[in-house]
Design a protein around this ligand. Structure first.
Ligand code: PNS
Length: 176
């Protein structure tokens, strides 16, 4: 093969952004699907001072890091500011979003087109989680747990432990 025909190999990097307060099995399902398509997935955890999360940014990042400690293709980072700027800074060409149901579509469609307007070089990829998680959201997990419902099938062990801790210390609240 001549030197000129060698095309430089480019890592396929995707960002999977979210609030992850807390991460659920639905998010994990999407990340695991993404890992099959990309060389690296950056799970981007929104700091968002406007919303009052149950878990601090540090805790949300730490929980995701623990869940994917065995997976070298996954990196977890906190971010604020514009998502497309974060993606560009980390050389990602794709943003992954999960679509659970038609009800997600309108908001996601609007956000995707705004992101494209802000940076047309970044592609938005929608992925559907397993139907087992199509009803699942972080907000519902918090609500069910606060009312002493079982969430073991809906979140990983480390998240359930975190929820138990919050409840034990009287620090449990949930909001939209
Ligand atoms: O878990 P969520 O709440 O669905 O995540 C929403 C998120 C983090 C993807 C969205 O709020 C976001 O991208 N925020 C960063 C600010 C930004 O870029 N806003 C313009 C997007 S159109």
């Amino acid at each position: 093969m001549s030197e000129r025909s060698v095309v430089p190999w480019k890592k396929r990097i995707a960002v999977y952004p979210g609030f992850f307060d807390p991460i659920t099995n639905g998010h994990i399902d999407i990340i695991e699907r993404g890992v099959r398509l990309f060389d690296k997935i950056i799970v981007a955890v929104l700091k968002n001072p406007k919303k009052r999360p149950l878990f601090s940014t540090k805790d949300r990042v730490a929980m995701i890091e623990e869940i994917f400690a065995h997976e070298s293709k996954i990196e977890v980072r906190a971010f604020d500011g514009l998502l497309v700027k974060f993606a560009k800074k980390h050389k990602a060409s794709v943003v992954i979003r999960g679509l659970r149901a038609v009800s997600d579509f309108e908001y996601e469609f609007q956000m995707a087109l705004m992101n494209r307007k802000l940076n047309p070089e970044i592609e938005i990829l929608f992925m559907m989680p397993s139907v087992d998680y199509s009803f699942l959201s972080s907000r519902l997990v918090k609500e069910v747990f606060s009312l002493r419902g079982c969430v073991s099938d809906l979140v990983p062990e480390v998240v359930e432990k975190g929820l138990r801790e919050k409840l034990k210390r009287g620090k449990f609240f949930f909001s939209n």
